[in-house]
Design a protein around this ligand. Sequence first.
Ligand SMILES: O=P(O)(O)OC[C@H]1O[C@H](O)[C@H](O)[C@@H](O)[C@@H]1O
Ligand SMILES: [Fe+2]
Length: 189
Amino acid sequence: MEYKNPLGVDIDLETGVIPGAKKLVRRLSDLKGYFVDEKAYEELLKENPVVYEVYAVEQEEKDGDLNFATTVLYPGKVGREFFFTKGHYHSKADRAEIYYGIKGKGGMLLQTPEGKAEWIEMKPGTVVYVPPYWAHRTVNTGDEPFIFLAVYPADAGHDYGSIAEKGFSKLVVEENGEVRIVDNPKWKE
Ligand SMILES: O=P(O)(O)OC[C@H]1O[C@H](O)[C@H](O)[C@@H](O)[C@@H]1O
Ligand SMILES: [Fe+2]
């Protein structure tokens, strides 16, 4: 039997960086079609800011193993909508996931394939359990980077298709200085 080596790494709790992890950068241009306000999107695209970065430590896609990743989600808005991650179902849809808030303020939007949505606020120390079959997207509702850790089965995979096409049934927006969860006018079942 060949055994893998155990691993301990220290997350930088200020920056979210995991030493030695694979870094992924998503700019606004990678999120075309995701925000409802297309005019505001085109306007901000001139700057094309980084929306989030992911530091991932991933294993081969085998059942039983685990991946983990931090995400640094920057503050910002497109129109009234707060910056968010793309959001996905798992390719193996019955795979669950755990998130843990490290820094900043935000939340997670979750949704079943039928479009039933839930919003869970997150701050440092919040644990979110993402059950099997739920799509999940994180949102930064604050004015500093929102940083969190995620732990997920190595064979879960990312299924972006339906969210990229239809989005979530709810939007997370700012209204009169407050965070509001509102119906997505472009949502189609
Ligand atoms: O893949 P996105 O929906 O853009 O979310 C960004 C990332 O967030 C977390 O770190 C998850 O653990 C990753 O699996 C995911 O890739
Ligand atoms: Fe996931």
